[in-house]
Write a protein of this length. Structure first.
Length: 168
C-alpha cells in the first residue's frame, strides 16, 4: 500500500531480482538498486519515452524550411525560381524531391485564403468605417495585397506540410 502511494506498484523489485521473467528496467539508479517492474504491460511508475519529442523537432524543422521557401527534405533547394512571379520548381534542384506530385497543396491554399478572408472580416467588424466607400476600396486593396504577398509563403508551407504527411 505504501508503495502504491509513492507511485510504485507492488511488483517493483531491485536489480538483484531482475533475473525474474518479465522484468522491465526502470529509471537508472545506483548499481544493484535499480528498480525494475514485473508487469508485462506498461507500469505507471516507470517513465516512458514520449515519441512526440522526436516528431515535434522534425516537424518544426520541416515547417521552418517551408517558411524559408526551401525544400522540406534537404533544406537547401529553393521551391521557387522567382517568388515574386510565383514560378516554382517541379522538383528540388538539390535532392530531387517532387514538391507537389498530386496537386494536394491546392486545398491548403484555398483554406488559407478563406482564413485570410475571415481575418479581413474581423477587421471589418472590429474597425467600423467612417467613410464607407474609402473603407471598401482599402479593404479590397488590402485583401488582394495580403493574398498576393503571402501566396508564395502559403504555397511553401503547404508543400512542407504535404511532405510531412507523406514522408516515409
Amino acid at each position: 500500500m505504501i508503495t502504491q502511494a509513492l507511485g510504485f506498484c507492488d511488483c517493483h523489485v531491485t536489480a538483484r531480482d531482475a533475473a525474474l521473467p518479465g522484468a522491465r528496467s526502470g529509471p537508472a539508479g545506483k548499481t544493484g538498486s535499480e528498480v525494475v517492474c514485473l508487469h508485462e504491460a506498461n507500469c505507471p511508475a516507470l517513465p516512458v519515452a514520449d515519441p512526440r519529442d522526436r516528431v515535434s523537432a522534425h516537424a518544426r524543422q520541416i515547417f521552418w524550411r517551408g517558411l524559408r521557401m526551401k525544400c522540406p527534405r534537404c533544406g537547401v533547394g529553393p521551391i521557387f525560381r522567382r517568388w515574386w512571379t510565383y514560378t516554382e520548381y517541379a522538383r528540388c534542384p538539390s535532392c530531387g524531391l517532387q514538391y507537389d506530385p498530386a496537386g494536394e497543396s491546392l486545398a491548403f491554399m484555398y483554406l488559407s485564403t478563406a482564413f485570410l478572408t475571415g481575418v479581413m472580416f474581423i477587421v471589418l467588424i472590429a474597425a467600423p468605417p467612417q467613410n464607407l466607400s474609402t473603407y471598401r476600396v482599402g479593404l479590397v486593396v488590402g485583401a488582394l495585397a495580403l493574398y498576393g504577398i503571402t501566396m508564395p509563403s502559403r504555397k511553401a508551407i503547404a508543400i512542407a506540410l504535404n511532405y510531412f504527411n507523406h514522408r516515409s
